[in-house]
Design a protein around this ligand. Structure first.
Ligand code: 6GU
Length: 285
């Protein structure tokens, strides 16, 4: 996969030389090209921003410099990949569509991604409008918080996509078992994990994991994933597809809901004489 990144801080992407992404680049699975946006300015100050029309705080990135930069990078990529090649343009912004595991999988199927991370209040909106007419252009957010710029979001997305490329993780690790992976893990968080020693500071590894009984272990892992998702991400649990749930799943969910109700009853009668609140251990979540 070819990845182009245009930014006023190309040095921000040094982490892509490290670890899994570094190896993927060495092996030629990830072909990352970094570009300094200011190389396409024409004034001595290398200006990339200006005041917003309509007033308000902050600065907006100028369309002309982005247009020249993106045209040149696309031309360069076509010289390497063929005259019909077009990248998927990804513009990180907190006002974009959510970046999810599903989107990461979709991007992992593309031969060429072009990231345009902005600083300041963002890029003049005509840039996405213009490129949206020539190629697929997505405005994407990595979560409901505001970063100082899109660069960190690009690092997140390149790593999430890069690890999905064939040959990056090796066969031993299956991305199908990841949290959020479509299939058995859709809308599910992964449960807890353990390694040796079997007892550490008095904390024991759950006995079932030492049993060597693969069926019971798989069932236990699914139970823990269900309970953790119900406790930490109720909005994900609300999206469980009934057709994906077996009888045992439904019992785990019912038990969880009953223990929740007991907790709520306990809370509503607290101070009126009820000192004892029953509930299973996992409610500590
Ligand atoms: Cl993609 N960019 C910026 N600047 N802030 C964000 C974001 C992106 N996603 C969440 N917050």
């Amino acid at each position: 996969m070819r990845v182009d990144i245009v930014s006023i801080f190309p040095e921000y992407f040094a982490p892509l030389d490290v670890s899994l992404m570094g190896k993927a680049r060495e092996r030629g699975i990830l072909d990352i090209h970094l570009h300094q946006l200011r190389d396409w300015t024409h004034d001595v100050h290398k200006t990339v921003d200006d005041t917003p029309y309509g007033g308000g705080p902050g600065m907006v990135m100028k369309p002309e410099v982005w247009g020249e930069a993106l045209d040149a990078v696309i031309e360069d990529g076509r010289a390497a990949s063929g005259p019909d090649a077009l990248p998927r343009l990804i513009v990180p912004t907190p006002s974009g569509r959510p970046f999810t595991q599903e989107v990461a999988l979709e991007y992992a199927g593309e031969p060429w991604l072009l990231f345009a991370p902005a600083r300041y209040e963002g890029i003049d909106s005509r840039v996405v409008a213009e490129y949206g007419e020539r190629l697929r252009a997505d405005e994407v957010s990595i979560g409901d918080y505001v970063l100082a710029g899109g660069e960190a979001a690009v690092l997140v997305m390149v790593e999430a996509v890069g690890r999905l490329l064939p040959g990056v993780l090796g066969n031993a690790c299956s991305v199908a078992d990841d949290s959020f992976a479509p299939g058995a893990m859709a809308n599910l968080l992964e449960g807890p994990v353990y390694t040796k020693p079997p007892v550490w500071r008095g904390h024991e590894v759950p006995e079932v994991l030492l049993s060597g009984h693969h069926g019971r272990i798989a069932r236990w892992r699914r139970d823990e994933a269900l309970r953790r998702t119900l406790a930490r991400r109720p909005e994900l649990a609300a999206r469980f597809d009934q057709d994906d749930l077996d009888k045992h799943d439904r019992r785990v969910i019912e038990e969880f809901e009953r223990s929740q109700e007991r907790l709520e009853e306990g809370a509503s009668t607290a101070g009126s004489g009820t000192a004892f609140r029953p509930g299973p251990d996992h409610m500590a979540d």
